[in-house]
Write a protein that binds this ligand. Structure first.
Ligand SMILES: Cc1cc2nc3c(=O)[nH]c(=O)nc-3n(C[C@H](O)[C@H](O)[C@H](O)COP(=O)(O)O)c2cc1C
Length: 196
């Protein structure tokens, strides 16, 4: 049973300021280090910020960020229901402390054909990005999306990404949970026309 607040029963409780959006993505950001070893981190603070452009808030101390600044490139994969443990692991362990973190997570990489960054074989969909800018003060990183690489078998007959097969997860920052994206409940740019 889905709880439904109406104008009659809605009274609000103030939680104060929180870094909260629903849904938050689970972005898996990967780059090569100075020796060509791949690293990967988990990032919830990010999203599309323009045509073929992604913006994320990434701390400069992370090994992944240092790597991106060397190679000026990275990939962003979408974490999936069957990679929850690995995706969380790389978000709580740093390659600054565990240099073989990527391999320990069980990940393998294939070099992107588009940018100087690793595609992580265990994630079916990835954005291949060129670094556009990084601000050490605000921690804002902007990347140009040069290509979207999709593993065979993850496209619909129409050639679009099959979300039901991909099973991307979202981060619930209030409860510290990962939720899988649910069923289709509507058609964008279409359902609202009923109220026109
Ligand atoms: C759910 C989750 C979300 C995270 N979101 C971010 C984020 O948006 N920005 C960030 O800088 N770090 C974020 N982190 C922390 C990094 O993933 C973590 O510090 C990681 O160990 C860095 O690895 P590295 O030093 O090998 O690059 C997040 C971690 C988790 C578990």
């Amino acid at each position: 049973m889905v709880y439904s607040a109406t104008t009659e029963n809605m009274s609000r409780i103030n939680l104060g300021p929180q870094s909260l959006i629903y849904p938050e993505p689970v972005l898996m950001v990967a780059a090569y280090d100075e020796d060509g070893t791949p690293d990967i981190m988990n990032a919830a603070w990010g999203g599309v910020s323009g045509a073929n452009q992604i913006t994320m808030c990434l701390s400069p101390g992370h090994k992944t960020v240092k790597n991106i600044l060397i190679h000026k490139a990275f990939t962003v994969s979408f974490a999936t229901a069957d990679t929850v443990v690995e995706s969380d692991y790389v978000g709580i362990v740093s390659a600054n402390d565990v240099p073989d973190k990527f391999a320990r997570a069980g990940f393998t990489a294939t070099k992107s054909e588009t940018v100087d960054a690793p595609l992580v074989d265990q994630y079916p969909v990835a954005l291949e990005c060129q670094l556009k800018s990084y601000d050490e003060d605000t921690h804002i990183m902007i990347g140009d999306i040069k290509n979207v690489a999709v593993a065979e078998g993850y496209l619909t007959e129409a050639g679009t990404i099959d979300v039901a097969k991909l099973q991307p997860i979202a981060y619930d920052g209030n409860n510290h949970n990962y939720n899988v994206l649910g069923p289709v409940v509507g058609k964008a740019f279409s359902d609202g026309a009923k109220l026109k």
